[in-house]
Design a binder for this molecule. Sequence first.
Ligand code: DHB
Ligand code: FE
Length: 279
Amino acid sequence: MALLVGGVGCSHVPAVGAAIDNDKVDEPYWAPYFAKLEPARAWMAEVRPDVCIVVYNDHASAFSLEVIPTFALGLADEFPPADEGYGPRPVPVVQGHPELAWHLAESLILDEFDLTLVNEMPVDHGLTVPLSVMFGQPAVWPSRVIPLCVNVVQYPPPTGHRCYRLGQAIRRAVDAFEGDERVVVFGTGGMSHQLQAERAGLINVEFDTAFLDGLVSDPDGIARIAHVEYLREAGSEGIELVMWLVMRGALGAQVREVYRATHVPTSTTHNGLLILEEA
Ligand code: DHB
Ligand code: FE
């Protein structure tokens, strides 16, 4: 069976991608943040996943308001970086894993999660920035990637509880896959941030810290956080944190916190990085 070897929670701030792409990582603004990534990248090099299931959100790059899937699974052989207005990021094309992706589709849908199946999907910073954070700038991404896109842009997004249970279903599917792939699940986006209107720039370190603590030791409690609480406490984009609950659900009841790094601010976002393994 395939083996789930860990979970990663990771923000997807586009400015982080731009700093990497434009050789700014050693600049005074960025150097303290990038120094915090080294242990995470070392863990990734040691764990060497064959496949990463990256739970992320699209920012009107693959989907627009014409079609808004709650959960969309990428089944393709490859996923090109999306043009986000300044052209695509200069990162490798993401290589998919159609065999495991189709297994996930069958297992999850028969497990009563009604996914949208996507055969063609460009991937934006929501997916490529977490890959850059964890892998740096390789010529080819060292792991295959199955994108699982979650609507957190247009109200109503799925609840945290639904995301947590989707993660548990992903785990059942991975365990039942007849392969020997090593799998890491990413939950991406967050933490507290608000990009527009009166509270633009909102950061709530206290809320984010409690969220990370709870994700480790009380995921059932964290899964009950309501949309309005994310909005009030973590700003209008803080709802992205529900995607971390998919990652947490894929791990067992007891986890070990391997690494945590947070940084305030990157752009206007409280940036979070969390690595979990099963205890
Ligand atoms: C920023 C953060 C995001 O999550 C995003 O999608 C766009 C911008 C930011 O912090 O600038
Ligand atoms: Fe975002």
